[in-house]
Design a protein around this ligand. Structure first.
Ligand code: PEP
Ligand code: MN
Length: 384
């Protein structure tokens, strides 16, 4: 059963088989107009954050085409968090993109956020639409778009919502599919986070992984640009996406990023993009060699045995926690005692370093165990 982290509405928190909407999808990546430079490489969609001028659009496209990329992305209407920044060139940019399509034979992808964007774009033969993170959050916007896209054959790529809410992401995909859109794919662009983080948007890879478990056939692209926020961090995100076996990369590339009107820190030149793509190590998703398979099975067996032990230990630990709960209840002592909690965390974090386990990981594990203990003790305290 899949935990689909849901927003605070009255939808079920859990997306199980009963609530699962059966999608009718047409998911061959080639049908989504996507290509790769060579076999054993991810599908690529690349282009500038924004279409800024005819020259910038054309020069970037020429260079990307020359390196084997056939799908060109460019923002025409830019949703910006704060007013006053560059909001895109609007309809004026559409003829420039049509020219790229006509002269270079590339497929064109743009972001649409409202029905008028779709209708304008169709006048210029735009091939692919993507829905941005700030639009996916709102079911009203998505429904309006779904109604506008009804009956069209264009592939639609749906970015994750800005907040880490899998249900909202799935909901948007379902709304489009119910309107008859069959050529669907998802784009993982990370999630906004209050506070300082290494990346502009935290990847929370477990969310696109859950999406894949829920909709195994839906292609998922990674947008390393909006996750990383900085071009020096793009490579590691792309490599991670490849190691997690996602299908493609949706990446920003600008002929001269330093003068870009939006997202300049994260855009990479076409040459930089080529270097990045050439550096990726693409590993086999399936095991063909029987010896490799045998060794893998042996190691997995060991992991399974260790997991069995972990479960036993957790069970034992919780049994003792419950015993402590009864003891505290009998003696009228509070459940949470911060001296004890600090002692547990302090000790395990020191040990973490010795054992080459990250502090972040051990902190999470012990917090989860502690929360579960408190829950169990709370139940005992409140039993009549
Ligand atoms: C974009 O792709 O340029 C964009 C605005 O992305 P997001 O919706 O992920 O912020
Ligand atoms: Mn951008």
């Amino acid at each position: 059963m899949l935990e689909a982290r849901s927003s605070n509405d009255d939808e079920p928190r859990t997306t199980n088989k009963k609530t699962k909407y059966i999608m009718e999808l047409q998911l061959e990546l080639e049908e989504l107009e996507c290509t790769r430079r060579r076999d054993n490489e991810p599908y690529i969609i690349a282009g500038p954050c924004s279409a800024e001028s005819e020259e910038q659009v054309m020069e970037t496209a020429v260079r990307l085409k020359a390196m084997g990329i056939t799908v060109y992305r460019a923002g025409v209407w830019k949703p910006r968090t704060r007013p006053g920044s560059f909001e895109g060139m609007g309809s004026k940019a559409l003829p420039w993109l049509k020219k790229v399509k006509k002269e270079l034979g590339m497929k064109i992808a743009i972001e649409v956020a409202q029905p008028s964007h779709v209708f304008e774009a169709l006048k210029y033969d735009i091939d692919i639409f993507w829905i941005g993170a700030r639009t996916t959050v709102n079911p009203f916007f998505i429904q309006d778009l779904a109604d506008a896209l009804k009956g069209l054959e264009n592939p639609i790529f749906v970015k994750n919502p800005v907040n880490p809410d899998l249900s909202l992401w799935i909901g948007a995909i379902e709304r489009l599919n119910r309107a008859g859109v069959k050529k669907l794919a998802a784009i993982h662009r990370g999630f906004s986070y209050f506070g300082t983080t290494k990346y502009r948007n935290v990847p929370q890879w477990e969310i696109p992984i859950d999406l894949h478990r829920y909709l195994p056939d839906l292609p998922i692209f990674t947008d390393p640009s909006h996750i990383a926020g900085r071009r020096d961090l793009l490579q590691e995100i792309c490599q991670e996406a490849m190691d997690l076996n996602f299908d493609g990369l949706f990446i920003e590339s600008h002929i001269n990023p330093d003068v870009a009107l939006s997202d300049k820190a994260q855009q990479v030149t076409p040459d930089g993009l080529k270097e990045l793509l050439d550096s990726l190590i693409i590993r086999d998703a399936e095991v063909h060699d029987s010896r490799v398979m045998r060794d893998l099975k042996r190691m997995r067996k060991q992991i399974d045995m260790l997991d069995d032990e972990l479960m036993e230990v957790l069970e034992k630990r919780m049994t003792i926690a419950k015993e402590i709960g009864r003891h505290k209840k009998a003696n009228n002592i509070t459940i949470f005692q911060d001296v004890r909690w600090n002692e547990i965390v302090g000790k395990r974090l020191t040990q973490a370093q010795e054992k080459d386990l990250s502090e972040e990981f051990i902190d999470k594990v012990f917090r989860a165990i502690h929360t579960e203990s408190i829950k169990k003790q709370n139940k005992i305290m409140n039993e009549k």
